[in-house]
Design a protein around this ligand. Structure first.
Ligand code: NAG
Ligand code: NAG
Ligand code: NAG
Ligand code: NAG
Ligand code: NAG
Ligand code: NAG
Ligand code: NAG
Length: 500
């Protein structure tokens, strides 16, 4: 095993005021970051830059769990879903064994302070109740749980992982590192510390894809470019949406929901979804339906169709800026790959009948319509989330590719953070991705994540040679396997409210 950490007796960077750690993990120091840094995705701010931004916005990055603002940059991540079996016992262990391991934003930003394995924790509504925390979180989807949310386009829970159906998942622990060994040894020590206070319900292991695919989801597209810049954390790159802190963090400037308990401040709602991706089936669909345009080989036409469904080429280059062919240099360039808004740069106006550069239904256009809405990105009628998921499952095998059929499940362990699930994930899925009538008329479903309860989906505008042509997708290439709604509290809320 590669030695990627060194022992240090120096300061353990335990957050002031917290109980000091008993686990050996905090005493080990990293030499390399546990995060990935693929070309084309916004690089993280330095810890000093983030501290300066946080200080100007009066937020405390030491008290905010590390996963919330970091986004999709994990190397390996395990999701451990648990039930609380003995609340008294669990509360004591939450304070003595888990809290010292909870990785803050400040800690995660700098590899000199990163633990060997980062840990975050979040609770479902039934989990808060199990801990005797009865305050209303003023979030209807959270209160009900994801299995009874009728707004997501799932055909009920027939495709769901059985463990997500029901109400017995009380919480999720996220463990992130650069090796499976690190994660497994942290999990083993955690399980032994927690003993019978919890029951293990379900786990999902995620991992960044290998080599040049690092940062790309399983269909092959670079993922996470459009994550917004949150005020108090980072300065925006060209074209990056700037969103008020309170759009993501409860109780901060711009949080539109009132009536939350004071301990919820600086926490964020975590939406988890296990999204299965049918990659060979998706590829066959592209092969069978190439865009036919002079100068394009059938392969070019298939690639173009896939890019127009997503709104970006696999490299990350936006089709609005590169309408005919991928431009890998553009995809890699964070100063340009997000710098467009669907408007004509000279007039500043969106042409509401022109889909030659990008379909109105393209995934990235439906989930972030930019100038289509005619509103500033930080307006309350815009809906932003931080996406922090990771791929799961193996690479496509040669047998799967040649048979056009998925044999082993793979997909995206989807994670989204927001201060309101109803204004964030749920809104984006229900009112934008799944709604056929959208901004410029009947544009059809989002061809990637749009869902129609398992029925076929009509998508318009995909063919640049014939904007009137409708394409019917009989297969969902992304299938929801379910998930749950959680709340990821601040470190001080864990210390002062949830563990007492
Ligand atoms: C942090 O990690 C990066 C990339 O892995 C490396 O270049 C840098 O030297 C590391 N810094 C520290 C302080 O370890
Ligand atoms: C929860 O509250 C009930 C009623 O006040 C009490 O009996 C019980 O001990 C509490 N449990 C915990 C884990 O605090
Ligand atoms: C719960 O844990 C506490 C503390 O370890 C213990 O005293 C109690 O007997 C346990 N309760 C049950 C029902 O096992
Ligand atoms: C078509 O595909 C070929 C081979 O991959 C590539 O070199 C060429 O740039 C593509 N042309 C267009 C217009 O996409
Ligand atoms: C909008 O696009 C259509 C189709 O490309 C074009 O015919 C029309 O002139 C454009 N309208 C404006 C105002 O540019
Ligand atoms: C949105 O951005 C504009 C321009 O930067 C700024 O004046 C305004 O205060 C911002 N609104 C919110 C809600 O942050
Ligand atoms: C897989 O799909 C391709 C494209 O439609 C087709 O040419 C090939 O025959 C299919 N393979 C099998 C085993 O069905």
């Amino acid at each position: 095993m590669k030695l990627n950490f060194i022992l240090t007796l120096a300061s353990l960077s335990v957050i002031t005021g917290l109980v000091s750690a008993t686990s050996v993990d905090l005493k080990l120091k990293r030499e390399t970051s546990l995060l990935i840094d693929p070309a084309g995705l916004p690089t993280l701010p330095t810890v000093n830059a983030a501290k300066a931004a946080a200080s100007a916005a009066n937020i405390n990055l030491d008290d905010i769990q590390g996963d919330i603002l970091i986004g999709m940059l994990k190397n390996m991540e395990l999701f451990f879903f648990f039930g609380i079996a003995n609340a008294t016992d669990f509360k004591a262990k939450l304070k003595s064994d888990i809290l010292p391991l909870v990785t803050s934003t400040t800690q995660l930003l700098d590899n000199s302070t990163q633990p060997i394995t980062a840990l975050n924790i979040a609770f479902s509504q039934t989990g808060l109740l199990a801990l005797n925390v009865t305050d209303s979180m003023s979030d209807v989807p959270f209160a009900g749980g994801q299995a009874v949310d009728p707004n997501l386009g799932d055909p009920g829970t027939t495709n769901w992982v059985p463990e997500f159906v029901g109400t017995n998942i009380h919480g999720v622990i996220l463990l992130a590192s650069d090796t499976l060994d690190n994660i497994n040894s942290q999990l083993a020590s955690l399980k032994s510390a927690l003993g019978d206070s919890v029951t293990e319900i379900y786990s999902l292991q995620g991992a960044a894809r290998p080599d040049n695919e690092k940062g790309h989801e399983h269909f092959g597209f670079l993922d996470g470019i459009s994550n917004p810049a949150v005020v108090g954390f980072r300065t925006p790159l060209p074209g990056q949406a700037v969103v008020p802190t309170g759009e993501i963090l409860v109780g901060e400037t711009g949080d539109r929901i009132t009536g939350r308990p004071s301990w919820a401040k600086d926490g964020s709602f975590l939406v988890f979804r296990q999204l299965k991706q049918l990659v060979p089936e998706f590829n066959k669909f592209l092969t069978d339906n190439p865009i036919q345009q002079p100068g394009l080989t059938p392969q070019n036409g298939s690639d173009l169709l896939g890019a127009r469904m997503m709104g970006r080429w696999k490299s990350g280059a936006p089709v609005f800026l590169a309408p005919l062919a991928d431009e890998p240099e553009l995809g890699r360039d964070t100063s340009r790959n997000n710098d467009f808004n669907y408007a004509d740069p000279t007039t500043g106006l969106v042409n509401t009948t022109d889909q030659t550069k990008c379909p109105f239904s393209a995934h990235i256009r439906k989930t972030r319509p930019r100038a289509d809405l005619g509103l500033p990105e930080n307006s309350t009628s815009n809906h932003h989330i931080i996406r922090a998921g990771i791929p799961y499952g193996p690479e496509v095998s040669t047998e799967e590719a040649s048979s056009n059929t998925t044999a082993t499940e793979r997909g995206l362990a989807f994670v989204a953070y927001q201060s309101s699930i109803g204004n964030g994930f749920q809104f984006l899925q229900k009112l934008w991705a799944d709604k056929t009538n959208f901004v410029h008329g009947n544009v059809g479903f989002d061809p990637i994540i749009g869902a129609n309860k398992g029925a076929s989906r009509v998508v318009n505008g995909l063919d640049p040679t014939d904007p009137t042509r409708s394409i019917t997708l009989v297969t969902d290439f992304v299938v929801s396997r379910g998930g749950e709604y959680f709340f990821s509290p601040s470190l001080s809320a864990i210390a002062n409210t949830l563990s007492v």
